[in-house]
Design a protein around this ligand. Structure first.
Ligand SMILES: Nc1ncnc2c1ncn2[C@@H]1O[C@H](COP(=O)(O)OP(=O)(O)O)[C@@H](O)[C@H]1O
Ligand SMILES: [Mg+2]
Length: 343
């Protein structure tokens, strides 16, 4: 399926079914007041909204029978055409989770209700977007190498994401990155349906023609990797990575290959995963400070600041709260390190 971006945009603007969307919205409000959603086998109680995207809203919910936390995606911002496609291709999405645990598990769905919705595992640490500006080199490389591994497994089965962005990389309770919305866009494109791309992270060829290929996913992942190392996507697209001399050479050259303007030269996801693993190994050898020592440094700085203030005059309520938080953080750090070998 090949279509020019302009046609795509125009068709999206005047997409049939916009009236349907409004109608679904009205009914949604009624439903949300009741705050209970039902499927063939379960009931889900909506707890709080966690986000909103191009398909609708995402809510933290509780499975009524087990009290387990889940995430519910209410499909309110899509046309009936999209919903019909999704329903008929649902199998593809559920196949993803059988292949790897690197995608968000889909647990349940109801395509008969209004609004239509599906239920997923809840990733309590939220999306990668919120951690982008505070990852260490090691953490960034580790997360992206795990995502590349997941991509390689799905690409081997001809399943592509096409909307990779930090918001679609969720972090599970155990810290594992999990891909959300896998295949939604490619399912629709295969059926000739139109959907908007996320321009900040989309591969350049997608702006000219929509072609389903592994290269588009690897390109987006290259942008996310660069961003998690402090280089915004706009700069990364302009080749700024080559100038970031503080990054290991091997990592810079991999990112540049991932961002090649010729999709045919872009490495496959399994190659990216392997190379990132090797790079990770080298970073480890340089003995970068581990997470605990970084936490210790931050605590020390915060402690000094409070002491400085204390010496100057009376503390405010906010200062006291801050001091209490430092105390609690330090206590939990001590719990973590007690029993560890000390140099
Ligand atoms: N399974 C999930 N568990 C926890 N949070 C989620 C889950 N799915 C989505 N979210 C949160 O909801 C937000 C909106 O998701 P979504 O509707 O897919 O839009 P987008 O991916 O465009 O941000 C995401 O950015 C993410 O923070
Ligand atoms: Mg999403």
């Amino acid at each position: 399926m090949i279509e020019s971006a302009t046609t795509l945009h125009e068709r999206t603007k005047h997409a049939p079914g916009e009236e349907d969307i409004e109608e679904i919205h009205l009914e949604l409000i009624t439903n949300v007041k009741r705050a209970i959603l039902t499927t063939e086998s379960q009931q889900y109680e909506l707890v709080s909204k966690v986000g909103e995207g191009s398909f609708g809203e995402v809510w933290l919910a509780r499975e009524v029978s087990s009290k387990k936390s889940v995430a519910v995606k209410l499909l309110t911002l899509v046309s009936r055409e999209f919903l019909n496609t999704l329903r008929s291709e649902w199998q593809i999405l559920t196949t993803c989770q059988k292949l790897t645990d690197g995608v968000v598990r889909i647990l349940d769905s109801n395509f008969e209700s209004t609004p239509q919705f599906y239920v997923m595992e809840y990733c309590s640490r939220g999306s990668l977007a919120k951690y982008l500006d505070r990852l260490t080199l090691k953490q960034a490389v580790k997360i992206i190498s795990e995502v590349a591994k997941t991509l390689s497994i799905l690409h081997d089965h001809d399943i592509y994401h096409l909307d990779l962005k930090p918001n679609n990389i969720l972090i599970s309770k155990s810290g594992k990155p999990k891909l959300a919305d896998f295949g939604l866009l490619s399912i629709c494109l295969k059926r000739g349906l139109t959907l908007t791309l996320t321009p900040r992270y989309a591969a350049p060829e997608l702006f000219k023609e929509i072609r389903i290929s592994y290269a588009a996913d690897v390109y987006s992942l290259g942008l996310i990797l660069a961003e998690s190392l402090g280089i915004p996507p706009g700069k990364a697209r302009e080749g700024y990575v080559a100038k970031a001399k503080h990054l290991p050479y091997r990592l810079r050259s991999l990112i540049q290959r991932m961002l090649d303007s010729n999709p045919e030269k872009i490495p496959r996801a399994d190659e990216v995963a392997d190379e990132l693993k090797n790079i990770l190994y080298e970073i480890k050898e340089k003995k970068s400070p581990d997470d605990l020592s970084i936490l210790l440094l931050t605590l020390e700085e915060e402690y000094r600041n409070i002491i400085k203030k204390l010496n100057k005059g009376p503390l405010t309520m906010a200062d006291l709260k801050r001091a209490k938080m430092i105390y609690l953080k330090a206590k939990s750090l001590l719990d973590k390190v007690s029993g560890r070998k000390v140099l």
